[in-house]
Design a protein around this ligand. Sequence first.
Ligand code: PLP
Ligand code: COI
Length: 356
Amino acid sequence: MEIKTTLRQDLKQKPPLDATLPFGRHFTDHMFVMDYNVKDGWHNACITPYAPIALDPAASALHYGQAIFEGMKVFKGDDGKVLAFRPEKNMQRLNKSAERMCMPLIDENFALDALFKLIKIEKGWVPSDPAASLYIHPFMIATCDALGLAPSDTYKFAIILCPVGSYYKGGIAPVRIFVEEEFVRAVRGGTGFAKCAGNYAGTMLSQRRAVANGFDQVLWLDGVHREFIEEVGAMNVMFVIDNKIVTPQTGGSILPGITRESILQLLADWGYKIEERAISIKELEKVYDEGKIQEAFGCGTAAVVTPIGELVYGEKTFKLANGAAGELTQRIYDEVTQLQRGKCEDKHGWVKIVCN
Ligand code: PLP
Ligand code: COI
């Protein structure tokens, strides 16, 4: 499919492309859009000036939540090359989400070509500053013009780009996390593994309450027993217990993070023993009391690698990492960020050159 490109003449004034960038507030000059209907499949692929999207007020994305997204990043290496980190994984996951939400699949290679073409046009928006990057947000929404609970027969897929600084204020500063015992995020058999809009809407009340109480994020427990650790708002979690890495398995209710998968591979390369398994908050409490938790961190595209400094569970506070990033957390952060910027050996072939 050909991509029709219309460039804008009145380019935006760019903000400083450095650590001062807020997350998700500035968007680049152009976006990629394409449409789907049953007769033509995906069609009308174009790169156009960034602008509002017109929607029928009955569009089912608005009412029934048929909406999915991805989050990925590109970086500028010292040599000026623009590098993407495992972008094909995000397109694969987008299709997994689409399947779960009864939405049409995209051609992953075509979507990657479209993304790379868009980034080449927006190369000037990719920060060189090591504390910033270009965040990529592909998404798909159901656009049909009828109410009624059935999958839409028309859709829109778009990719928007925004230069971002760090997701949490303070870069790799440890975060304070509230263990949520009242609300749950997902249950097995539900949509937890998909990156669908509703998964996030349902977490906002809890998140808002936690922030009002001085926390950065909440840690979700499983929806059935409210006992087993799932993940944090926008991150998967890992614990270093007795020199082993323990992380919840991806059993359908948590997002199978690409950062998570990459870090587990790096840790395996470094010879760490990894346990992907159910870990209960009670077990965590026990090993904490025994002094066996050495470090804990969250990981995700937006959050990168974020040390967990404090975990508050009811009356109990688990203080971790002595108020700083633990040694292994820092090593992982360094390795991931260096890899993403083409500064260390890419043994697994994860980094793709988008443009020179
Ligand atoms: N869990 C949730 C709920 C997320 O939103 C994210 C971010 O995308 C992650 C985990 C981490 O996933 P990834 O590493 O693929 O960005
Ligand atoms: C990401 O890490 O890409 C996410 O999707 C987090 C998002 C909720 C801001």
